[in-house]
Design a protein around this ligand. Sequence first.
Ligand code: PGA
Length: 256
Amino acid sequence: MKVIVCKSSDEMSKAAARIFAERIKKKPNIILGLATGGTPVKMYKELIRIHKEEGLDFSNVRSFNLDEYLGITSEHDQSYRYFMNTNLFDHININKANTHVLSGVAKDPAAECKAYEEAIKKAGGIDIQLLGIGGNGHIAFNEPGSAKDSRTRVVDLTKTTIEDNARFFKSANEVPKQALSMGNGTILEAKEIVLIADKTSKADAIAKSIEGSPTEQVPASLLQAHKNTTFVVDKDAASNLKKQYEAPTSGCCGCK
Ligand code: PGA
């Protein structure tokens, strides 16, 4: 795996946005795998800037998001569909019909998950997948213990994840207890993966994922088996790493 350690969260966001922008330029009808949460917000802002100032064209881009809370509608301000619209899609020239987010209110959630897997396959598979990481090492909502070959399915959220995400709701009680999530197996089929992380709260999970033994107890460590994965982290998230890793070069990061 490639590891890029950036000196700040801003630089991490710009470095990751630059990787995505380069891939989109190279393949205008690219299939993106997208993520939500606090970490990608500045990266999406940077992609919006690149679209507005450098003309990055999203008109033929298609996307699939990692996950969605079960039981909340796409209009709910904490739904991941709402997040994607407000943080990215409303500000670029992507065709919303080409953007896919699992429905949290599907009548048959298992059928929704199966159809999502089929839609990804039919599109030709994900070219580049963005990931955040939970403090417990989860990727998407694949909590510790999720099988390495798991597929898109309904999952129970752990207490830690509910507490971590309570900051976006009025209280932890309001955080849904279940979600629909791509599986570890689904994610590992992406042709390229970029995981971003900032803050010391991620340092333990980052160290275990990069330098620990691969284990389903730390789902992000399963990425070690993937052929084309890059971790882009800031120095806080890198603070528990023992080895030295590369800094972004001027080619990959617009801020140098
Ligand atoms: P965060 O979440 O970006 O809000 O820290 C990441 C995750 O839980 O995957």
